[in-house]
Write a protein that binds this ligand. Structure first.
Ligand SMILES: *Cc1c(COP(=O)(O)O)cnc(C)c1O
Length: 427
């Protein structure tokens, strides 16, 4: 497959943009080669500037649950833009968005919009610290909560791939209140609470971690975290930036029946525009300025274009039909990939939750980051390129989730499985 125009663009990008990209994983460093440049995307497909077509499982890293260039989202954004792109005073769309999310997610009584998942997590932690008047937080290895200084510790894909999980430029003092524990391990959480009585403000986690591949919470694990946080006066924060409105209209918390104190959102709720949000119990949220002492702000927060895109996305998810379809397609892809690997006699552990999926090149099972790290990354890199040449775009790293959208068809899934069969023979 020829990608000359992409290669030329990348060479030029390297002159002006560090690494040629505006977000590191896009550079294909983990798999080698150069990234393709997109000219457009539609439905389940993405097209590069050389005219190649790919079935897309990156889905702009999660937001595109309805597929690319969804007509209702486009219409909503166009209509909003006609009225002005930003106001700096409240607009009615913000109220509609807040109401939609609060009605979808029972644990969220009040919500504040911001501009990225990073901001949402950073602000939720500040709020948790302000509310509890405690400093320490617990996070888990492999969970990514954006690139705020104190959260960039063992933070999954990007950081893992580049071999410096703790970023340069973060003073040790900034992360000294961050306790990092293995996921799915109850004892380590018990020990941390015991060693830090009345000091832990919050436990933050991705309820279904999707930033080091995909692995699921063991049965009872989320319930355990809910219980131990409550007993110790700490807040439970679900980072649902990826899972929110992806694993169901009430997110992972609805799927697993757990009510966290605070929840972070992003990705899907922006319909492909830059957005984040955090919400939860009213008495906690009311600690935010202008009501309370915890400061948080944003020039473009609640931006009318982002709100209208997000509302148009959520309204199409409301009746649940999309989730049924995603579940079916997900099951079909999971089974197909597993069979293809068995046929090729290659150890692959396929993990899936709804429309989030990951094929680890290891025997498995994969329950946490340590398990995930056993994957054969060289083999994954070969698989990635073989798939790309078959016209299937999966994330350019072993430690990322694949996303199925409502625009994917059974035909797409079948093509993907036969592409995988061919690719697995070559690696
Ligand atoms: C993507 C993601 C973030 C960061 O969101 P950005 O919009 O990229 O800042 C945070 N948490 C999780 C779980 C994510 O998947």
């Amino acid at each position: 497959m020829e990608r000359r125009k992409s290669e030329a663009l990348f060479a030029e990008a390297l002159k002006y943009i560090p690494g040629g990209v505006n977000s590191p994983v896009r550079a294909f460093r983990a798999v080698g080669g150069t990234p393709f440049f997109a000219s457009r995307a539609n439905g389940s497909k993405i097209y590069d500037v050389d005219g190649n077509e790919y079935i897309d499982y990156v889905g702009t890293w999660g937001p595109a649950i309805l597929g690319h260039a969804n007509q209702k989202i486009i219409d909503a954004v166009k209509a909003a833009a006609e009225n002005g792109t930003s106001f700096g005073v409240p607009n009615p769309l913000e109220v509609r968005m807040a109401k939609l999310i609060c009605e979808a997610i029972p644990s969220v009584k009040k919500i504040r919009m911001c501009n990225s998942g990073t901001e949402a997590c950073m602000s939720a932690i500040r709020l948790a610290r302000g509310f509890t008047k405690r400093e320490k937080i617990i996070k888990f290895e492999g969970c990514y909560h954006g690139h705020a200084d104190f959260l960039l510790v063992k933070a999954g894909s990007g950081a893992l791939t580049f071999g410096h999980p703790d970023s340069a430029g973060v003073p040790a003092a900034f992360s000294e209140h961050t306790i990092v524990l293995p996921f799915n391990d109850e004892d380590s959480v018990r020990a941390a609470f015991k060693a830090n009585p009345d000091k832990i403000a919050a436990v933050i986690l991705e309820p279904v971690p999707g930033n080091a591949g995909v692995y699921l919470p063991k049965p009872g694990y989320l319930e355990f975290l809910r219980k131990i946080t409550k007993e110790n006066g700490a807040l439970l924060i679900f980072d649902e930036v990826m899972t929110g409105f992806r694993l169901g209209f009430s997110g992972a918390q609805g799927r697993f029946g757990i009510e966290p104190d605070l929840t972070c959102f992003g990705k899907i709720i922006g319909g492909g525009l830059p957005v984040g949000a955090f919400g939860g119990r009213a008495e906690i949220m009311d600690c935010l300025a202008p009501l309370g002492p915890v400061y948080q702000a944003g020039t473009l927060s609640g931006n009318p274009l982002a709100m209208s895109a997000g509302i148009a996305a959520l309204e199409q998810l409301l009746d649940g039909a999309v989730y049924k379809k995603l579940e079916q397609l997900g099951a079909m892809l999971e089974e197909g990939l597993r069979n293809a690997a068995a046929k090729a006699k290659i150890d692959v552990c396929v993990n899936r939750c709804g429309s989030m999926i990951c094929s680890y090149f290891t025997k498995g099972p994969v329950h946490n980051l340590t398990d995930a790290m056993k994957s054969d990354r060289n083999r994954f890199a070969k698989f990635f390129h073989a798939m790309l040449d078959e016209g299937v775009f999966i994330a350019p790293s072993q430690f990322e989730a694949g996303f199925i959208s409502a625009a994917h068809s059974e035909e797409d899934i079948k093509k993907t499985i036969s592409a995988a069969e061919k690719a697995l023979k070559k690696i």
